[in-house]
Design a protein around this ligand. Structure first.
Ligand code: DAH
Length: 338
């Protein structure tokens, strides 16, 4: 039996050595170690052995079994390693990875975020309103009568139901006051629409930022202080603001604001950026009628408002010559503003 085991073990190891693939290895394993394999058969025939012989042969049997099982495992592992190596051949793991292109934040959004942050520091909260507006929020409540040229059909996009695409973000002033009592201190960035001929400085859809502060005893000095602080933060300490008397239906007095700063280049010229003024009492009255209370009694509260074009500001700030570039989504353009 000793010899038989020795032979089985030797032939099993030899066959394993010859096995070309996992299938062949497996069939050698079954042939020797399987339930009806030849080494297992030896274990069956041990029943007839004497008490003295049994432990000795048992030990040999175990050794043979272990040796064959170990050889099976190591041949399998060897094949697996070879397969792994083959699948990695041709891949140079020292090459740099392929970069995944990351997008950039749109330059108008970048400017808008900066502006929001500056106004936040002055206590302004972010407010919002719909792009599709009622005539009342866009015009009537803002003291803009039916015969005002801004209401011309040629100036605005009207919808069949009488609503329109808001021509300015000043609509959010009204919505903010309708929804909360004073004091209100809000900014409202967003899209505005006009039936403008599209050219290098005009788009039918553009972006504005509106601001409103209403409280007791708000004055023009507060307006100038807030606006000047904003532009200094944005353009640097040498930024200068100029307020030119103007007319807007919803403010009295009203101003146009100009700005000059080294950061803006343009040869030290004054650049017009937007409008502002003290909220007209007629606006407070319209809000009061809508609210049905006297929280915005023009005798008790006063406020300032302002609005400026974000696209125009971004153009000046980044030296972009054509407003259309902002909407074309050409990544060669956008990529420059990281
Ligand atoms: N809504 C005006 C426009 O689109 C800008 C503006 C002017 C907003 C004066 C204001 C303001 O709040 O007080 O041209």
């Amino acid at each position: 039996m000793d010899q038989q085991l020795e032979e089985l073990r030797a032939s099993a190891l030899a066959e394993l050595e010859q096995a070309a693939d996992e299938l062949e290895i497996e069939s050698v394993r079954v042939k020797y170690l399987g339930r009806s394999g030849s080494i297992s058969a030896v274990s069956e025939s041990m029943k007839g052995l004497s008490k003295e012989e049994k432990p000795r042969i048992g030990k040999l049997l175990n050794e043979a079994r272990t040796a064959v099982a170990e050889a099976v495992a190591s041949r399998k592992a060897g094949l697996e390693a070879k397969r792994d190596a083959a699948s990695l051949a041709g891949i140079d793991v020292t090459l740099p990875g392929r970069p995944i292109p990351a997008g950039t934040i749109h330059p108008i959004t970048q400017l808008q975020d900066r502006a929001i942050q500056i106004f936040r520091r002055m206590g302004f909260a972010l407010a919002d309103g719909p792009d599709i507006e009622t005539e009342w929020h866009c015009f009537d409540a803002l003291n803009t009568p039916a015969d005002h040229p801004a209401r011309n059909e040629q100036d605005t996009f009207y919808l069949p139901d009488g609503c329109l695409l808001r021509t300015h973000t000043s609509t959010v002033q009204i919505r903010a006051m309708e929804s909360m009592p004073p004091p209100v201190r809000i900014i409202a960035p967003g899209a505005a629409y006009r039936r403008d001929e599209v050219d290098a400085t005009h788009l039918a859809q553009f972006n504005q930022m509106e601001g409103l502060y209403v409280d007791e005893r708000v004055t023009v000095a507060d307006l100038k202080g807030a606006v000047e602080f904003f532009f200094r933060e944005l353009f640097g300490p040498d930024a200068r603001c100029r307020f030119r008397p103007h007319f807007f239906p919803f403010t009295e007095p009203s101003f146009e604001m100009d700005i000059r700063a080294t950061a803006l280049g343009a040869g030290g010229k004054w650049l017009e950026l937007g409008g502002c003024g003290m909220v007209d009492p007629a606006v407070f009255q319209a809000v009061s009628r809508s609210r049905g209370d006297d929280a915005y009694d023009p005798e008790k509260v006063s406020g300032f408002a302002f609005g400026f074009g974000l696209d125009r500001l971004a153009m000046i700030l980044s030296g972009v010559p054509d407003i259309r570039l902002f909407g074309e989504n050409d990544i060669r353009f956008l990529r420059q503003y990281r």
